[in-house]
Design a protein around this ligand. Structure first.
Ligand code: HAM
Length: 422
């Protein structure tokens, strides 16, 4: 019986992890520069947390959640996203209050039962931030600029920042009413999903990707024309802030996002190098969610970057980032049992001194050990044979220049020689 990774999931192999680590390092550095602190939450939560926050009628909640009952009959769900868990953890641990700004960031796997395709998995990873306690448009600017800075530092080109405002609890019902009236006449000509959405969640129609629906969606009323003066003023201030820091953006009236908790600003960063699934980052403001989940009214804003998609674009644009391999300082090649024992002792001392080193553990020939050293990218090889043991000397070979020198078979001396190189 051969097992394979479940459909829609993939292994991130040793040759790929360096690029993941590089991306995570850049994210962490920027999160710290912007004064965000890391939070880690469980990968599963009470199902109700997600159905209440993301919305019962969204695709995520109605079709895509990995939900199961535990042995005590509780309904639990593998997190499809991290905003709701961060709000839950923030409230439970008194991190969120309306009189202070709380800035949190996270990394981790998310789970959605979607149809797998390029850029869409059932287990994928996000890096994201959430900031609580301020409805200042400059916070929206900060969050959007932070996302842009991550892409910028990684050297990603050809990205577009799309912005929209979906209004607030006061003005959105009016917009939804307008949308319903607009789509009603033609809804029979639109896809089955849109027909369902007309009653259940008309906003979601704007997000439909089906070809025949596009004609109708293109001419649909824009939220911008319906939102209340406060929301309009807020959005204008966000745009002014974005312009003042010199960030290019596009207003996208269709940007309603796939989660129901958004209010006012929504945004996405899209790459032209990805196919249909072209959003590498999505986020926005959610000023009512904290209260809906049992807290005091507290405005909030955040984003999440899809790391698989980000890495795909990065690999396409900067192949050298992927091939930057961590090298081993020293490989110890030995000949004979006694030499192996001495080699292992030196190996142990080198590692304790912080030098990356390895040796053979399957009784390979000297030639095969040299090949293994090469495969591991070792900079130098220490060769210990019977003659060397007798004379108390070993051979140190530089793998790049192929030059060799004798060195005392003494861990302290070898450490002294190698340490400045590591
Ligand atoms: P989201 O747009 O659902 O937002 O996901 C954010 C990003 O995660 C997407 O732009 C995409 O790059 C990636 N992503 C989503 N689904 C998949 C998938 N099936 N396979 C691969 N990548 C995927 C959220 O999750 C919100 N919680 C973001 C947020 C934070 N809003 C406010 N704060």
């Amino acid at each position: 019986m051969k097992y394979s990774a479940p459909r829609g999931t993939c292994d991130i192999l040793p040759e790929e992890t360096p690029i993941w680590q590089a991306v995570e390092r850049t994210c962490r550095r920027l999160f710290a520069i912007y004064n965000y602190k890391e939070i880690r939450t469980p990968v599963f939560e009470a199902t109700e947390l997600f159905s209440r926050s993301i919305g019962e009628t969204t695709d995520i909640v109605s079709k895509e959640m990995y939900t199961f009952t535990d042995r005590k009959g509780r309904s639990l769900t593998l997190r499809p996203e991290e905003t709701a868990p961060v709000v839950r953890a923030g409230l439970e641990n008194n991190l969120i209050s309306k009189d202070q700004i709380t800035k949190l960031y996270y990394f981790g796997p998310m789970f959605r039962y979607e149809r797998p395709q390029a850029g869409r998995q059932r287990q994928f990873h996000q890096a994201g931030v959430e900031v609580f306690g301020s409805d200042d448009p400059l916070i929206d600017v900060e969050v959007i600029v932070l996302a842009e800075q991550i892409f910028n530092r990684l050297g990603l080109l050809d990205l577009e920042v799309d912005l929209n405002s979906v209004g607030c609890g006061q003005c959105r019902p009016e917009f939804i009413k307008k949308l319903k009236a607009y789509f009603k006449g033609d809804i029979k000509k639109m896809c089955e999903e849109c027909q369902k959405r007309l009653e259940a969640n008309p906003l979601r129609i704007l997000d439909c990707k089906e070809g025949p629906c596009q004609n109708y969606i293109e001419k649909a009323p824009a939220a911008m024309d319906t939102i209340c003066p406060d929301c309009k003023g807020h959005f204008k201030a966000v745009l002014a802030g974005i312009e003042s820091v010199g960030l290019k953006y596009k207003i996208n009236n269709r940007l309603v996002r796939g989660l129901d908790y958004y209010t006012r600003t929504t945004f996405e960063v899209v790459s032209r190098q990805l196919g249909a699934q072209n959003a590498v980052c999505g986020g926005g403001r959610y000023d009512t969610l904290v209260e809906e989940l049992g807290g005091k009214p507290t405005p909030a804003m955040g984003f999440a970057i899809g790391l698989e998609r980000l890495i795909k674009v990065l690999e396409a644009q900067k192949p050298d980032t992927a091939s930057r391999k961590k090298r081993l300082s020293l490989y110890i090649a030995t000949l004979g049992e006694e030499a192996r024992g001495v080699g292992f002792d030196i190996l142990d001392k080198l590692r304790r001194a912080g030098i990356s080193a390895d040796m053979d553990f399957i009784g390979k020939s000297l030639k095969a050990q040299m090949k293994a050293a090469d495969r591991e990218g070792a900079r130098q090889v220490l060769i210990i044979g019977e003659d060397e043991l007798r004379s108390g000397k070993a051979i140190l070979r530089n793998m790049r220049t192929a030059s060799q020198e004798e060195i005392a078979c003494d861990a302290r001396i070898i450490v002294e020689k190698l340490q400045p190189l590591t």
